[in-house]
Ligand binder design. Structure first.
Ligand code: CMX
Length: 435
């Protein structure tokens, strides 16, 4: 058994035993009450799921196994001559709850290189799609095409014991994460570089190699990709991509099926697609106003016109957060340290000053602050990646780290099929009149 799997086995068995004891004593203890607003309102804030890798606080933002983003930037191992954390280290932390050593992170990087081979038919499957198919659709199809190689599905068909599910899930998760950058980069080079593909450089770390296969050798871009892949990895279990992984996985669909489904959720404009929408919206603003240096007053007028036309301001608001997203702030700090006087980055920062008071004045927006997607496109564009339709794919590569670590835990804890109760409006009316 490899070192990470062994550690995961020990930690997860210990937690599974603790959970058994907890449920024996407290199984009937009430942890939440639900009101009708929540039933109609997208189940906001209802405590109803176990998700081990991370926990979101509405004021403070995300903590991965107790560590905030600034703490991760400081404590996780870095690549040589790099200031940004290696996302491999975050995966280790999310899976076993311990900050890994540099050697342990190097072990993951090497292990993922060994697991990164992709059958040729996967590329041919992607090639069969019209080249102008949205990159997220190509990504989801590519992931699904790899499902034939699922260890979980093969072992299940051969009669695998329930107590071995976690092991096959771990193998699939590691294989899938190892392969994702290649699939994602293949799609990028297929669509935007006329199939001029860049072969992997196995001397690089997982994120550095992804940047390289996308065709960027700029150190700053590599650094940003490492940071991007770290901060987008997880946001507890209730967000749409995480919850989709959990729901689909709860039927014992393997990690390929669950993660492909998650990518279809991430591809929605209220979720991960917002990072492309932000840039599309800013470019339209610049075009409409007629300058790459709009004043705050001009930005305010444009924001109001967006709202007046019945659309949302992309990159702003959040279902849980009630403060500026620390993932946005991490990217702002990255730019302050690495990027000097970029027009688009300056616009993003000016929008941060202009939008919150306008959204607050509407009286209905619960969180007027920027989320993670408000910043990422401007940084990608700064480094030359202008193909904004592609941005959500990078988010997707990162998201695999959290949701697949979580799926390993779901199997180890033996979490059952998810099946909440739904009711009809007729039922609600009857319930209220009976009361
Ligand atoms: N611009 C305009 N209106 C907004 C808004 C925004 N950025 N954010 C919220 N609102 C509106 C809602 O549309 C809703 O209006 P109605 O009552 O007329 O339907 C009202 O304010 C209340 O919404 P809320 O409770 O504050 O927010 P929700 O939890 O319902 O929605 C989210 C959260 C993210 C979908 C919403 O803020 C939004 O649409 N933001 C823009 C899209 C975006 O940036 N998504 C990315 C989120 C991060 C991610 O998952 O990647």
């Amino acid at each position: 058994m490899d070192q990470l799997k062994q550690l995961f086995y020990e930690k997860s068995q210990q937690t599974a035993n603790e959970v058994k004891e907890l449920l024996k004593v407290h199984g009937n203890t009430r942890v939440d009450d639900v009101n009708l607003d929540q039933v109609y309102g997208g189940m906001r804030d209802i405590t109803c799921m176990i998700w081990e890798p991370s926990l979101l606080d509405s004021e403070e933002g995300i903590r991965f196994r107790g560590y905030s983003i600034p703490e991760l930037r400081e404590k996780l191992p870095h690549a040589p001559n790099s200031k940004e954390p290696l996302p491999e280290g975050l995966f280790w932390l999310m899976l076993v709850g311990e900050i890994p050593t540099g050697e342990q992170v190097k072990w993951i990087t090497d292990n993922w290189v060994q697991r990164s081979n992709i059958p040729d038919y996967v590329f041919r499957t992607i090639d069969a799609l019209p080249v102008d198919t949205h990159p997220m659709t190509q990504f989801s199809v590519g992931i699904l095409a790899m499902q034939k190689t699922s260890v979980f599905a093969q072992k299940y068909a051969a009669g695998m014991k329930k107590s071995d599910y976690w092991d096959a899930t771990y193998e699939d998760s590691m294989n899938l994460i190892a392969r994702l950058p290649r699939i994602a980069a293949y799609i990028f080079r297929r669509i935007y570089h006329n199939n001029d593909h860049v072969l992997p450089d196995i001397s690089l770390d997982w994120g550095g190699n992804f940047a390289h296969m996308l065709g960027y050798n700029d150190q700053g871009f590599r650094e940003y990709i490492r940071l991007f892949l770290t901060i987008h990895a997880d946001h507890e279990g209730g967000n749409a991509s995480a919850h989709t992984t959990h729901l689909v996985g709860s039927t014992l669909s393997d990690p390929y099926l669950s993660f492909s489904a998650a990518m279809n959720a991430l591809a929605g404009p209220l979720h991960g697609l917002a990072n492309q929408e932000v840039i599309r919206w800013i470019q339209k603003m610049v075009e409409t106003i007629g300058t790459s240096k709009p004043t705050k007053d001009q930005i305010a007028t444009y924001v109001k016109s967006t709202l007046d036309s019945g659309r949302v301001v992309p990159g702003y608001g959040h279902a849980v957060l009630r403060k500026p997203d620390p993932r946005y702030m991490a990217q702002k700090h990255f730019c302050e340290e690495n990027i000097k006087d970029d027009d688009l980055v300056n616009i993003v920062w000016n929008i941060f000053e202009v939008v919150p008071p306008i959204l607050s004045s509407l009286g209905k927006v619960k969180n007027p602050w920027p989320n993670v997607d408000a910043h990422s496109g401007a940084v990608l564009l700064h480094y030359g990646m202008k193909e904004y339709n592609y941005y959500t794919v990078i988010f997707g590569v990162s998201r695999a780290l959290g949701v697949l670590a979580a799926q390993c835990w779901s199997r180890a804890l033996g979490l059952p099929l998810e099946r909440p109760k739904s009711v009809t409006t007729e039922w609600v009316k009857q319930y209220l009149s009976d009361k």
